[in-house]
Design a protein around this ligand. Structure first.
Ligand SMILES: [Zn+2]
Length: 579
């Protein structure tokens, strides 16, 4: 492809609407353009690269025995009523009417359609197991689309669905898909991990999320640096430990300490010269059963997810200032666990129970209380793990330490079992001629999101730097002085030769300065550059520049240059050599 004939509308400046580096680069390099909030066009460069990513995914899905198909993006709402999910999806499901006043929606996912298809077209157990997949559009009417393709309304996903006769079959189909995912994300060069997850609105009995570590990730997980234990931060657990009680706290009775205008734990610990770990914070929440008081160590965060589960409550919000004053007799910031009015439950973290004495609020303005003893000065209704794991906590499985990391969810695999097949009456006849429901699994990869995550990881200050297997072009030929007839002739020849060798080559034939051309090729992320200048004309010297390593190699004949480019273009070896 000649640069002058291709469509690469690159930008000089960073676009203002983008926050993530990957989003800025995709706009600047002319990979994508936004049409409307959360709705993007893939421009030719981005599309070329996306297709390579899709093909890599396709290859591994096919190797795992899955079969590709394509389902309609526009779906009758009736199917969604059958499964009951028209309600579950709420406003994310974009609904509309056709000219005959029938209800339709844009597919946010395809469980309904595939279950319907399978139910109507599979008769016998002999046709199973079967795994079908597609790489296709989805639409979710996100309230706040952001970060480019990371959280878009219209997006591309690979979604696969397995159909088995029983649970053992499902386990095997699930194992194969998980293996395929491992291959895909290894080949792409990601640092990833599978995390057991809540199944959310897709449902089913068991699911795992494929998470990639990235400082820009919106989710958090805890990982053990020793045994590999990992969990979403919402559910992660750690060994509760307590610091040695301070000497000054060894007195038997509660002692009131003046803390004038010191409200936050930081202020109070600094003022009293007491470690924040010796401090217990008491928070009042409003719930559907009334007000509850919750206690964790001063340096801890309350895990509201765990709290809801343990207290069996749905609504949870911090109590208003006015209510706190009524309950405790003091403004916010001085709450202690004793003498509280109108409290339905006191829930304390197991770390609070594990230590004898604590410093807490005194339920009096400008005072805190030392030597507050659980069981003596107040009684907890529930003692449980309600704290959020933090960096450095001790792993419950080994003596290792937990690290909290930001992650991006790129894949999600589910054991659906009979969730959809039972409500949609979709099944097969077993060997005795008895009708049974399909035992199903479903397996998604956010393709657009994976694409952007790759750019987030594989980029530098000069631009996009994707691995060769998905970069839009493998190699560019850059003529340094395209007005020079001799330079142009050699560059023309190299371009033609590389095309004949079957390489994906971009020929930068623009009559621009060498500096501009080199910069543009770095911005759009061409991994290999062959630079043709006067040295090629005079001395038969050809320069090959490798984007990833920044290395330069010189060749004194074209054959050896081509051999080297061919070798580097072999995907797997390239990753070995350069990474
Ligand atoms: Zn561990």
């Amino acid at each position: 492809m000649r640069y002058s004939r291709f469509f690469i509308p690159s930008l000089k400046e960073d676009p203002k609407e983008a926050v993530l580096q990957s989003h800025k680069l995709m706009l600047r390099a002319g990979y994508i353009r936004q049409l409307s909030g959360g709705i993007y066009a893939y421009l030719p460069l981005g599309y070329k690269s996306l297709k390579k990513l899709e093909n890599l995914i396709r290859e591994e899905m096919n190797n795992a025995g899955a079969i590709e198909l394509s389902m309609p993006f526009v779906q009758p709402l009736d199917l969604w009523k059958q499964s009951g999910r028209d309600k579950d999806y709420g406003k994310e499901l974009l609904r509309f009417k056709d000219r005959q006043d029938r209800d339709f929606c844009l597919a946010p996912t395809y469980e309904e359609v595939i279950t319907d298809l399978a139910g109507k077209n599979i008769q016998s157990y002999k046709e199973l197991p079967l795994t079908l997949y597609q790489i296709h559009l989805k639409f979710r009417d996100e309230i706040r689309p952001r970060y480019g393709l990371m959280r878009a309304k219209e997006f591309i996903m690979k979604d696969a669905y397995s159909f088995d006769v029983d649970m053992e079959g499902l386990d095997e189909s699930y194992r194969k898909m998980k293996k395929a995912y491992t291959n895909i994300f290894h080949r792409l060069g990601f640092d990833f991990i599978f995390i057991k997850a809540d199944s959310g609105e897709i449902g089913g009995s068991y699911s795992e999320e494929l998470m990639v570590v990235s400082e820009y990730g919106e989710d958090k997980i805890a990982i053990c640096n020793n045994c590999g234990y990992s969990s979403s931060l919402e559910s992660a657990v750690s060994v509760g430990y307590s610091p040695e009680p301070l000497k000054s706290c060894r007195q038997p009775r509660m002692t009131k300490l003046a803390t004038p205008n010191k409200k936050t734990i930081e202020e109070v610990s600094k003022y009293l010269k007491i470690n924040s770990e010796s401090f217990a914070k008491t928070m009042v929440y409003e719930t559907e059963i009334g007000f509850i008081a919750v206690m964790v160590r001063g340096d801890r965060e309350i895990n509201e997810h765990k709290l809801k589960r343990i207290a069996e409550i749905k609504e949870l919000a911090l109590a208003k200032e006015r209510d706190v004053e009524e309950i405790t007799g003091a403004p916010c910031g001085f709450t202690g666990p004793f003498g509280l009015k109108n409290i339905k439950l006191i829930i304390i973290d197991e770390e609070i129970q594990a230590q004898e004495y604590w410093l807490t609020g005194a339920n009096e303005k400008d005072f805190h209380m030392a030597n507050v003893k659980p069981g003596r000065d107040f009684t907890a209704d529930i003692i449980a793990d309600i704290r959020t794991v933090k960096d450095g906590d001790i792993c419950i499985r080994c003596a290792g330490h937990l690290n909290v990391r930001n992650v991006i969810e790129l894949g999600h695999i589910f054991k659906l079992e009979e969730k959809y097949s039972s409500v949609m009456d979709a099944g097969f006849l077993d060997e005795h001629g008895i009708k049974k429901n399909f035992v199903m699994g479903c397996y998604g990869i956010g393709v657009g999101r994976t694409f952007q995550a790759l750019i987030e990881i594989f980029s530098d200050e000069n631009g996009i730097n994707l691995p060769i297997l998905i970069s839009p072009f493998t190699v560019s030929v850059i003529s340094l002085n395209h007005n020079d007839e001799n330079v142009k002739n050699i560059a023309d020849k190299i371009y033609e030769d590389l095309l004949k060798l079957g390489l994906d080559v971009l020929y930068d034939d623009r009559k621009l300065s060498a500096g501009v051309k080199l910069k543009d090729n770095d911005l759009i992320g061409v991994p290999l550059k062959i630079i043709v200048g006067n040295k090629a004309v005079k001395d038969n010297k050809y320069e090959l520049s490798i984007r990833k390593s920044g290395g330069k190699e010189f060749f004194d004949n074209l054959e050896s240059l081509y051999d080297r480019v061919k070798k580097l273009s072999l995907i797997e070896t390239f990753i070995d050599i350069v990474r």
